[in-house]
Design a protein around this ligand. Structure first.
Ligand SMILES: *Cc1c(COP(=O)(O)O)cnc(C)c1O
Length: 380
């Protein structure tokens, strides 16, 4: 199959011989469940982030397990940015917590500090921070603010991967960090996620709950079926807590290890394309989604802000250029309809946000094609 031009898809994974080789090993071993690849994948991330890590089947699972592990009193409030994917808000909702939506900073589109303070009251117990598009939220301000009010902090890192912010990896500033390896993210395992914490103790609960609450490791257990030195109770396990089916498996971890082998190369290509995009935007006088800094941070999305977005989208579609909208603010969604109008800036600005094709497979001429198309679309 011929690959479509890089401007025909918004997001696209980059898979090559590295993933094929890793998956081949798993298939040869005929062990696809939780096993050695999963362990290796976690250990690689632990080194890279200088933190403890737990591999899961999605970032949504990571967000839920993080929220669950904090054991917050039912009915208390969690501060969540309105401009994010539904998964960020579903985690507290699944834990019987109340979501309070917070507006976006006009420049970075991450959670707005003034509105955070305004929405805070004594029933608040946690804040969720999204590094929107991959641009870091000001953690050096949010972390001490949250600490002084006794709030837990969960970082939703679905749009970034392993970037350092002020010398510390994103995802390790708060109590928990949650990463996504879904197909459209910076790196993928098909579906997958990672839960990160600075100390291993914080992951003990989530570790038990990621596999239904079973206090055994199936890979080690299988090795004992025929081991004459293992006790007769080799089959025995207990379920001390109500867990979930949230584990990553070795097949997905193998794809992840393959991705890790060329992640830095992919990040380099993304930075090059992003620099070209930013230069173009400046030249044609179009506002970018966020103040991109491609030499410093890993970004999942490139986008611009335009007036008359429906027209621009239509014109780009006619030129074969994919577009998207990230996101409809949660304050406009039916599940949080009681909060309509509570985040006025982003509810207005969201209609100007336009996501454009961006992935490591794009070439310089793809970027040129998209931006020439954008120029024509705006003036059409
Ligand atoms: C993609 C995404 C998620 C969910 O990731 P999954 O791995 O698909 O569960 C959560 N938050 C944000 C901001 C996302 O973009």
């Amino acid at each position: 199959m011929t690959r479509p031009p890089g401007y025909a898809r918004l997001f696209q994974p980059t898979l090559d011989r590295h993933e094929v080789q890793q998956v081949d090993e798993v298939i040869s071993a005929e062990w696809l469940g939780m096993g050695p690849k999963l362990k290796e994948f976690e250990q690689t991330w632990e080194k890279r982030l200088n933190a403890s890590a737990l591999a899961l089947n999605s970032c949504s699972a990571a967000l839920h397990l993080a929220m669950d592990a904090l054991e917050l009193p039912r009915g208390s409030k969690v501060l969540v940015p309105s401009l994010t994917f539904a998964a960020t808000a579903l985690a507290p909702l699944h834990c019987d917590l109340e979501v309070v939506l917070v507006d976006s900073d006009p420049v970075t589109l991450t959670i707005d500090l003034a509105d955070l303070e305004a929405k805070y009251d004594e029933n608040c117990v946690a804040v969720m921070v999204v590094h929107y598009a991959g641009h870091p939220a000001p953690m050096e301000e949010i972390a001490p603010w949250a600490e002084s009010r006794g709030l837990a902090v969960i970082e939703d890192c679905a749009h970034t991967i392993g970037s350092l912010y002020l010398g510390r990896p994103l995802g390790t500033w708060g109590d928990y960090g949650c990463f996504s390896f879904e197909e459209k993210k910076i790196m993928t395992t098909g579906d997958g996620g990672l839960l990160v914490a600075r100390d291993a103790k914080s992951l003990a609960g989530p570790r038990l709950k990621r596999w239904l609450g079973i206090d055994r490791d199936s890979w080690r257990q299988a090795a004992r079926y025929l081991d004459p030195d293992s006790p007769d109770s080799h089959w025995f396990y207990e379920v001390p807590v109500r867990g979930f089916k949230y584990n990553m498996n070795d097949l997905a971890a193998a794809v992840g290890l393959g991705q890790l082998a060329h992640l830095d190369e992919m990040l380099g290509l993304r930075s090059e394309r992003l620099s070209e995009y930013v230069k173009w935007a400046k030249e044609i006088g179009v506002e970018t989604l966020v103040p991109y800094d491609p030499s410093q941070y890993a970004y999942q999305m490139f986008g611009v802000r335009v007036d008359d977005r429906p027209k621009v989208m239509r014109e780009l579609k006619m030129r074969g250029i994919a577009t998207g909208s990230h996101y409809t603010p949660l304050s406009r969604q039916p599940i949080l309809s009681d909060q309509r109008g509570t985040c006025p800036y982003v509810e207005r600005e969201a209609d100007r946000l336009l996501t454009l094709p961006f992935h490591a497979r794009m070439t310089r001429s793809d970027v040129d094609f998209v931006m020439k198309g954008l120029m024509e679309a705006i003036t059409a």
